[in-house]
Design a protein around this ligand. Structure first.
Ligand code: ADP
Length: 497
């Protein structure tokens, strides 16, 4: 195995932790209970910082601040152009501080620093530019109704938005949620994931610097069953947006329904097929399938985690996929050229190793990997299984780790049926040299995104979300605005003719 069996000496992160308290009504404050919890460096399992542990009382205070900022202004009462200017100023500040932010993201999450710095920070800036552009272009319609009436629609913000985000892309998930909500004039209480609380607090400070009025954006660090559940079931929250596992998504929707029937959008798990036909350039297909699965340590809800390969090219593909995985550079994510850092925490690390064991026990062929690397931190060897069957657990469950499962298919009808035979429907990838095959697949696949001869292309304008149990609603693009607006019909009489 080419990756080091022990992770070498670690680089000291080039950043300090400055903000660890909750942000409520424009102030950084301790938790009402005074409690804190640790956030860990996934490279070592050592504590980075202790962070205020938000709970129901902190959520109540944050919601009260967001409620006041919405009901009494100034946020929804500002002109859309004024709101747009604040979003643009914020994006400029993020750009200015992107060095510290990328380092903090890598430290708290374990993702390669080059990925955070060169891809995710620019995407964050781009997304806020995109939604700043929408802020002053939201308007209703004049409706030609029957009868002697003038009818128009007003597109109004919903009110206080609760937002719960996961740990795999802490800053991007912040952006996907906060950008459209603010552009539409809502106020926000956002709960970060307990594994990665640091960067959202940092960017929230930048929002204050950009002139965002107090109470418009409140950030709570804390755990799901306490702070998250308090937010989802709060009577004064008008909308809840959640990204995370399908099981937790169900709980969030139930809490929303049981409390005040707040509207719900969910972005949940996936088991996305990546389908390679025998007319494809095999080397490019190997590289793309590798990227589709291993990107971000395999911790992507849309990971191409079922690699379907046509039987004519199957053996060659497996050999090359294995060789590519063996070449993958795993190590300290702060080091240049590193493609894969550690998994996020001990729980996820153990879960990935359990699925690998389960793959071996179910008689899939372990081509490479299969174990941890070193004896500290949460590094996992890039792992490839061939001869995977649809009914094996590794082909059905979301593993959320660097474990590629390669399956064999016969023809297009066989693979369409099998690709769709899943409870999920987040994304799919197709690799082919034929336009007709690409078009047929694009229509047949039941998934919220179909990437053809590409994968993981995330532009601010492209909607993202799931079919089936992968979620409700779409984020990004024009579609996300609907999540944060409601429509008021206004009807008034005309003078009788
Ligand atoms: P994972 O298992 O990958 O950590 P989760 O879906 O549990 O994914 O977590 C995603 C987000 O949901 C996190 O911010 C987490 O704190 C939150 N969360 C977990 N449980 C609940 C819950 N019962 N109610 C509300 N939010 C929750």
């Amino acid at each position: 195995f080419s990756t080091a069996t022990v992770i070498e000496e670690l680089i000291t992160p080039p950043v300090q932790v400055t903000y660890t308290q909750n942000l409520i009504n424009g102030h950084f404050v301790d938790a009402a209970s005074g409690k804190t919890f640790p956030t860990y460096d996934p490279r070592t399992g050592e504590v980075i910082a202790h962070v205020a542990e938000g709970d129901e009382e902190d959520v109540n205070r944050a919601v009260a601040a967001a409620r006041k900022a919405f009901d009494e202004g100034p946020w929804p009462k500002m002109t859309p152009y004024e709101r747009s200017r604040i979003l643009l100023r914020f994006a400029d500040l993020v750009e200015k501080h992107s060095g510290e932010l990328a380092a903090l993201e890598t430290w708290d999450n374990g993702k390669p620093h080059e990925q955070a710095a060169k891809s995710e920070l620019p995407m964050l800036v781009r997304l806020f530019h995109y939604y700043a552009g929408w802020a002053d272009k939201i308007h209703g319609l004049t409706v030609p109704a029957d009868g002697n009436y003038h009818v128009q629609t007003l597109h109004e913000p919903i009110g206080v938005a609760g937002q719960i985000i996961p740990w795999n892309f802490p800053l991007l998930m912040f952006a996907w949620k906060v950008g459209p909500a603010l552009a539409c004039g809502n106020t926000i209480v956002l709960k970060t994931a307990e594994q990665t609380p640091l960067t959202a607090l940092y960017v929230a400070k930048l929002f204050l610097e950009a002139g965002l009025p107090p109470g418009v954006l409140n950030i709570i660090s804390g755990f799901g069953p306490t702070a998250g559940a308090a937010l989802a079931s709060h009577m004064d929250v008008d909308k809840i947006a959640f990204t995370g596992s399908t099981d937790t998504g169900k709980i969030v929707q139930e809490l929303a329904a049981r409390s005040n029937l707040k509207s719900v959008t969910l972005e949940l798990g996936g088991k996305s097929p990546f389908i390679i036909f025998d007319d494809a350039d095999i080397d490019k297909a190997v590289e793309l399938a590798h990227f589709a699965l291993f990107f971000n340590q395999g911790q992507c809800c849309c990971a191409g985690s079922r690699t379907y390969v046509h039987e004519h090219i199957y053996d060659e593909f497996v050999e090359k996929a294995k060789a590519r995985a063996v070449r993958r550079s795993v190590g300290d994510p702060f080091k240049k050229g590193i493609e894969q850092g550690p998994q996020i925490d001990s729980e996820q690390f153990q879960k990935v190793l359990r699925y690998i064991k389960c793959g071996i026990e179910s008689n899939a062929t372990l081509e490479c990997g299969g174990d941890r690397i070193g004896n500290k931190g949460y590094f996992v060897q890039p792992t490839v299984f061939s001869n995977v069957q649809d009914d094996m657990l590794i082909a059905q469950d979301e593993i959320f780790g660097p474990v590629q499962s390669i399956l064999k298919f016969k023809d297009i009808n066989d693979v369409i049926r099998r690709a769709n035979a899943t409870r999920y429907g987040l994304a799919a990838g197709v690799f082919t040299g034929s336009l007709e095959t690409a078009n047929t697949m694009m229509r047949a696949l039941r998934a919220g995104t179909v990437w053809i001869n590409c994968f993981d292309v995330f532009d601010a304008a492209i909607p993202f979300g799931g079919y089936k149990m992968s979620g409700i609603g779409r984020e990004k693009g024009i579609y996300s605005l609907n999540n944060y607006l409601q429509v008021k019909a206004v009807v008034s009489p005309l003078k009788n003719p």
